[in-house]
Design a protein around this ligand. Structure first.
Ligand code: NAG
Ligand code: NAG
Length: 274
């Protein structure tokens, strides 16, 4: 009997040590989206690198421990009837297929960035608009822990409100389909935090990055916008990533979470822009 119990204990301990976590990806957008994943260079591969997700549907993806990488969602995708090549008007990964197979998103794209089990056994995650914006996104850790595991995201639809110089237009589509970063639009080192501006002291926010920051106070708006944009959670948490979260979700979250995250998820003064 004792032996069986010990066996169970060993089995349980070893199982919980290697236990993978999951990302639940949810599409609350009006249309189909095609999420894409890119693993970091030293990161274990994922069971999928891209898939189709219909409106209202969710899909859980098993994530190996200590994974790092990014995910996004492609929009307005189609397959060419003659070449059979698959491509998207925003955030295309250029693989010609629904699976991204090691290719990243073509900007502009709203990115979710993760480093699981990083420094100090913490998960680090953020929503980044450094490569522009194409969809509203919310990262929601399933654990709620005092002093950590805050929700982050960019909940405002910025495609309509996007400054004219940054707007990505598509033939036959009214309004913009995405919003470029100033770096991509103008290639100026000042906006890209490159060359003489490659340090936190020399690269400052700009009128363009402030447009993103004011709408989405928790999201990265330019490369060195670290202080208010990186979130942490004790490792082992599962995450829900919602594309186009309904606005009332944010109200509920803000009301129920006392995690010390003082910044609002969405700047209410920007809601009228939608
Ligand atoms: C986190 O990483 C450390 C090594 O850096 C490893 O020993 C530990 O098992 C990892 N924890 C999880 C939950 O993956
Ligand atoms: C909200 O937006 C307004 C107007 O753009 C801006 O002045 C204010 O600083 C923003 N608030 C936050 C928390 O970003």
């Amino acid at each position: 009997m004792a032996r069986i119990i010990i066996l169970f204990v060993i089995l349980f301990v070893s199982l919980s040590e290697v236990e993978a976590i999951s990302f639940k990806i949810t599409n609350r957008c009006r249309n189909t989206i095609w999420p894409g994943f890119l693993s970091g260079a030293t990161s274990p591969p994922l069971p999928t690198t891209g898939f189709r997700l219909s409106r209202g549907k969710s899909k859980s993806v098993t994530i190996p421990p200590s994974w790092s990488g990014r995910l996004w969602a492609r929009t307005l995708c189609s397959q060419d009837p003659t070449s059979r090549s698959f491509s998207c008007l925003t955030a295309d990964c250029g693989s010609g297929k629904v699976e991204c197979s090691g290719s990243g998103a073509k900007p502009p794209a709203t990115l979710a960035e993760f480093t699981l089990n990083g420094t100090g056994g913490l998960d680090f995650y953020d929503v980044s608009l450094v490569d522009g914006y194409n969809l509203p996104m919310l990262i929601l850790p399933k654990k709620i822990v005092l002093g950590g595991c805050g929700a982050t995201g960019c909940l405002v639809d910025l495609n309509g409100a996007c400054p004219r110089d940054l707007k990505l237009l598509a033939p036959g589509r009214r309004g913009g389909v995405a919003c470029r970063s100033a770096c991509e639009a103008f290639g100026d080192p000042r906006y890209c935090c490159s060359d003489a501006y490659a340090t936190p002291d020399t690269c400052q926010s700009s009128v363009y990055s402030l447009f993103f920051k004011h709408a989405c106070p928790r999201a990265y708006s330019y490369a060195y916008d670290d202080k208010t944009s990186t979130y942490t959670c004790a490792t082992g948490a599962d995450y829900v990533i919602i594309f186009c979260p309904p606005p009332y979700t944010s109200e509920k979250l803000l009301g129920s979470r006392k995690d010390g995250a003082t910044l609002p998820l969405v700047n209410k003064s920007m809601i009228h822009l939608q």
